[in-house]
Design a protein around this ligand. Sequence first.
Ligand code: MLT
Length: 410
Amino acid sequence: MASINSNFLKLKAGYLFPEIARRVKAFSDANPDKSAKIIRCGIGDVTEPLPAAVRAAMHEAIDEMGVRETFKGYGPEQGYEFLRQAIVDNEFAGLGIGADEVFISDGSKCDTGNILDIFGKGNVIAITDPVYPVYVDTNVMAGNTGDADEKGAYGGLVYLPCTAENGFVADLPKERVDLVYLCFPNNPTGAVATRAQLEAWVKYAKENDTIIFFDAAYQAFVQDASVPKSIFEIEGAKDVAIEFRSFSKNGGFTGVRCAYIVIPKTVTGKDDQGNRVPLHQLWSRRHSTKFNGASYPVQKGAAAVFSEQGKAEVKALIEHYMGNAKLLVEAAKSAGLQVFGGVNAPYVWVGCPAGLGSWDMFDKMLNEAQVVITPGAGFGAAGEGWFRISAFNSRANVEEVCRRLKALLG
Ligand code: MLT
C-alpha cells in the first residue's frame, strides 16, 4: 500500500472558504424560501466585469492563436517578456527591480504555497494571527509544523498576534525566525503597515538573516499616499524580501488567473554547507520544472491592465469596491460595532457584538439576515471575537447588507 503524506491529517477538517460554502448550502437547502435572499460577503471574490481593455486584449490574443503565423505553443515558463517588463515599468519603476526578477504564475494562492518547495526543513517560521489560512495550511502540508492544539495553533510555528492594541500590525518577533509572512494591506483585517513599521521589519530581517514573504495582493487598494505599496520601497528590502502580487483583486482576475512573484537576485538562503544560494536560482529551476507558464491570452489580458484604458478601468473598479467598503464601515459603526480596515483595503474587520463568538456571529448573520460574512476565528485564534465583511460586491448588494445590518443590530 502506498504511504501518504500524513501531515495532511494534521489539518483542520476543511479549508475555511469551502467550510463556509458548506454551511451556506446547508442553510439554503433547509430554507429554500430564503435562499435567493442570501448576499455573499464572505470570500473576497470580485463581482464586477473584467475591464474592457483586458477583454479586448484577450480576444485579440485568441485570434492570434487561430492563425498559424501568430499561433503560440508553450510560452516562456517565467512569463512573457512583454508582461514582465510592463510590470516592472508600471509597478516597480525606480525601485531597481529587473524584468528577469519577475515570475508570472496563475495565482498568488499557489505561489505562496509553492514557495515552500525551495526551503529546507527546520526553519523557524513566523505568521501573523489572524492570517490568510493558506500560509499556515501549506506549512502543515510541508511538514513544517507539529499538531494543532485545541485552539487550532500548530506546534512549531511562531504566531505573532495582531490585535486592536497593536492596530493589527504584528510586533517584531522576540526571537529570531528564518521566514516571516507579512500581508499588507492585510487580509483579513484590512490593516496597513506604515513606512516606519516596514523599515523596522526590514532591519529585523537584515539583523537576523530572515526572509520576508511580502504578500501585496491588495496593494492597489491603498488610498493613503504615505503607505508603501511594495516592500521594495524600503531601503535594503531587496536583500531580504520576496513579494507576491496578483491581478485577481485589482484587474478582476479571480476567474482568469494571473499573478507574479518578485524575487530579487540578491535574496539568499543557505545550503547544507552554509553557503549562500540565491533564491531566484532555485525558484527559476522549480518554476521551469513544475510549471509551463500562464496562458498567452491571460498574459495579454494582464498586460492590458497597464494600458491607459486599462489603468482607468482598474481605477474605477478600485473606486467602486472602496466605495462599498466606506458604506460597510459606516453601517457597522452605526450598529455600534468596533471597526477596523476598509480604508486602504477591501476588507472591513468588525468586532462581534458582546457575548457572541465569531462563528455565532456568522450563524446569526446567515440565519437572521441572510448575509454571509467570514468568522474571524477562521483566520486564527486571535481572530476570535471578530468577523470580516468583504467589500467585493455590487453597490446594490452592499447597500442592502447595510440595511440588514442596521435592522439586525442597529
Ligand atoms: C479571501 O477571501 O480571503 C480571498 O478570496 C482568498 C484568496 O484570495 O485566495
